[in-house]
Design a protein around this ligand. Sequence first.
Ligand SMILES: *Cc1c(COP(=O)(O)O)cnc(C)c1O
Length: 347
Amino acid sequence: MKTDIEALVRPNIRTLCPYSTARDEYKGSVGIFLDANESPYPTGYNRYPDPRQQALKEQISAIKGMPAANIFLGNGSDEAIDLMFRIFCSPGENAVAISPSYGMYSVAAAINDVEMRPVQLGEDFSLPVEELLAACDAKTKLLFLCSPNNPSGNAFAQEDLEFLIREFRGIVVLDEAYADFSSRESLRSKVQEYPNLVVLQTLSKAWGLAGLRLGMAFADEYIIRLMSAVKYPYNISQAALQLASKALSQPVGERLEEIKAQRSRLFDALPSFGFVRRVYPSEANFLLVKVDDADALYNHLLSDGIIVRNRSRVKGCEGCLRITVGLPEENDKLLQSLDNYEKGNIR
Ligand SMILES: *Cc1c(COP(=O)(O)O)cnc(C)c1O
């Protein structure tokens, strides 16, 4: 199977001789380090970080139940998304993605001069399995799927996702940024079975570390080795390694339960407002809400100091605001502001 994947890799990447760091050549941790032109004066950060991020990978390995050899760590999931294009796509080739979905897939495609072919989700944001396959041709290298999907909030059936992974003759990138909020199981363990599957997760959402910039990719060892060869050698800073390690030792289960309970609360409360036409079911930490006049409501909330995401100009999300689930008292204020909006509108 490795040979199948190898044929998808850009020729210049297949033959790449990666940069070898001083720390790759000598792996001990005690000694007199005169090899990397670092300052000998301790500042806490005078040494280069481990380019392999071995300790943090072991910790994530234990949490996720995945071998460290199947884990890539990046400067956010965004780095992993960009690497997919840099490793697999030459200009003139293309990628297919569900739409509406996360904006970075198209941006990364454009930066890498690769055509992006968006395929509109079906009724109620269902997965358009046949349309996705029909959009692919011999030059399609990547297929981006996102489940639970941003901004629709729904998750797709595992059998449909696996069908696409089996049928598509390229790399399937399955973005699971919101997996921790979902009742569905992650497909990360399936990377052992499918050498063309890359599953993305992140510490930015459930783990509460968006400011740290740490994304994870799970994939077959061959793809992980390619990603490690192409990334900047020291893509994760020593500070990020340390802070992530500390945060991962403190469980977030209670916070996740609270977010999910608050999501249910908002899901139940929002339809009672007269201007709310539809609240879409969500497996993520946000709700997509269709309203009568999205711009007016957006501006009203803004005037109350409540910032939501106006998605009403996104195809398929006409009239919709995307609202992140906040703290209970923040959600109180949101509901209060919506109540005022309704009364003001009626008056
Ligand atoms: C928020 C989000 C991410 C996270 O990106 P990071 O770079 O890891 O912060 C990835 N994918 C989707 C769909 C998201 O909504």
